[in-house]
Design a protein around this ligand. Structure first.
Ligand SMILES: [Zn+2]
Ligand SMILES: [Zn+2]
Length: 463
């Protein structure tokens, strides 16, 4: 990493270009609403991310993001935190500290002890707001990643992580919940704890079940069928390495299939559908990630959400997302999308890109799907250490993909051309959603990450 200011910015722009990201092209305002681009899952030196909050925010703001949630593990950044500069895990790398001093001289509070060790204060969200927020252009959302583990009687160990937004604090529950619960119980209790704190603080909150497939299918579709109050999950997480491919069928068990399994059950039961969010789960900003093995890219600019809201406030964004008026995006985003609930018609458009043929797919689940799994897959994570094999033992249900999450229609554009398409629900469709495919290689190559750029609309029900 170069150490000039220009070098720092150029690195950000290069990453953005590698991810195929342009500054968000904003659609013309319709009924006073417009699209805002952002993501909710970012780590900094407040927990295990490798950047000061100022650096993380600058990376995003300079590539056209309108909103960002810094979501560190079980911590809301309003206390005092000091990090030491040095080598190895837990330290601020010297070149990151040098870049911080150079780019944010007004922020730096540090002291050097007699033994030569430098300690640096990590600044609070309140200070970040003053530094970066601009009405109508850039918003910081209060965010935390509630980070928990659940261990069953056989020693099977699941990570259950949940982001919540617009609640400035950490419910006691996340500090005291321990490891004894089922995954479904943990999710339900966490949601209740977050909602209680939101009520206490008079805030409208949003709760997202994070990276269900990480590490080894730790959360199963049934866990979200059992918790219909959970409205959002992470459909795309750029940061997690995801489960290893060993022992899985060729078509795997991607988050798309996870999503449709949950929504098939929910739609049949008249429950609210689950919506999918795009997030980066950024940990590294400077080419390396402190706690991940080489090849795992927790990089910025991979996945985001495009929200159509009345204004750039936390309340307006959350309201729009609860109404399903947003898309999850990984490297490509829709130009426009709309759903006419009366006729059950979903319309989507995407701009053209030089040398590429883009495709819009419409995906449905059929009313007569069977709730009985067509099979199970047992995970044998043979790349886990010998003594950890038991810890990662999993069996997941596979449902009939001819009825659940099947492609009802696909429309491709010519080379370089944009695509516009629509689909009207058939009487036997439970819900419809759309997916845009753009045949470019994403910067993240982890197993279960999409192999081409994808954008997803939410699933919609006919009135
Ligand atoms: Zn996590
Ligand atoms: Zn995370």
């Amino acid at each position: 990493m170069e150490t000039t200011r220009r070098g720092f910015l150029t690195a950000g722009a290069a990453l953005a270009a590698a991810a195929g990201v342009r500054r968000a092209a904003q659609a013309a305002p319709a009924d006073g609403k417009r699209f805002y681009k952002g993501q909710f899952h970012t780590h900094t030196y407040w927990s295990d991310g490798s950047a000061f909050p100022e650096q993380a925010i600058q990376f995003y703001r300079e590539t056209g993001y309108n909103f960002l949630g810094l979501s560190d593990h079980n911590i809301y950044a309003d206390t005092r935190r000091v990090k030491k500069v040095g080598k190895g895990k837990g330290f601020v790398r010297q070149e990151i500290f040098d870049a911080y001093r150079r780019d944010f001289p007004g922020s730096v509070e540090c002291e050097t002890a007699a033994d030569g060790t430098t300690s640096v204060v990590v600044q609070t969200y309140a200070k970040m707001r003053k530094l970066f927020e601009k009405p109508g252009e850039f918003l910081l959302l209060d965010a935390v990643e509630g980070t928990t583990r659940v261990v069953d009687a056989n020693g099977v160990d699941n990570q259950v992580h949940m982001n919540y937004l617009n609640v400035p604090g950490v419910p006691e529950y996340f500090r005291t919940c321990g490891t004894k619960a089922t995954v479904a119980q943990r999710i339900g209790e966490s949601l209740k704890a977050v909602e209680a704190m939101a009520r206490e603080k008079g805030r409208e909150s949003m709760f997202i079940l994070n990276h269900p497939i990480w590490r080894w299918y730790d959360v199963k579709p049934e866990d979200l069928v059992a918790n219909p109050e959970v409205r959002f999950f992470e459909l795309c997480n750029g940061g997690s390495p995801y489960a290893p491919g060993k022992g899985l069928p060729a078509d795997g068990f991607a988050t798309d299939r996870f999503w449709d399994a949950v929504n098939a059950f929910r739609a049949r039961r008249g429950q609210p559908l689950l919506y999918g969010v795009g997030n980066d789960d950024t940990h590294g900003y400077f080419g390396t990630v402190s706690h991940s093995p080489p090849g795992i890219h927790c990089i910025p600019y991979n996945a985001w959400s495009l929200v159509r809201a009345e204004e750039l406030t936390a309340e307006a964004l959350i309201r729009a997302m609860k109404a399903g008026d947003f898309a999850a995006c990984e490297g490509v985003q829709p130009e426009d999308f709309s759903f006419d609930a009366a006729s059950g018609t979903l319309s989507v458009s995407v701009a053209g890109k030089k040398n590429l043929c883009r495709t819009i797919q419409f995906i449905v689940t059929k009313r007569d799907f069977s709730e009985k799994p067509v099979g199970t897959v047992s995970i044998e994570p043979s790349d886990a250490p010998e003594d950890k094999q038991k810890v990662y033992a999993r069996t997941v249900n596979i449902y009939d993909k001819k009825k659940i999450g099947c492609i009802a229609k696909a429309v491709s554009g010519g080379i370089g051309e944009g695509v516009k398409a629509s689909y009207t629900m058939k009487p036997d469709d439970l819900y419809v959603r759309a997916r845009i495919l753009s045949p470019e290689r994403p910067p993240v190559t982890a197993f279960q990450h999409p192999k081409v750029h994808v954008a997803w609309t939410q699933p919609y029900l006919r009135a």
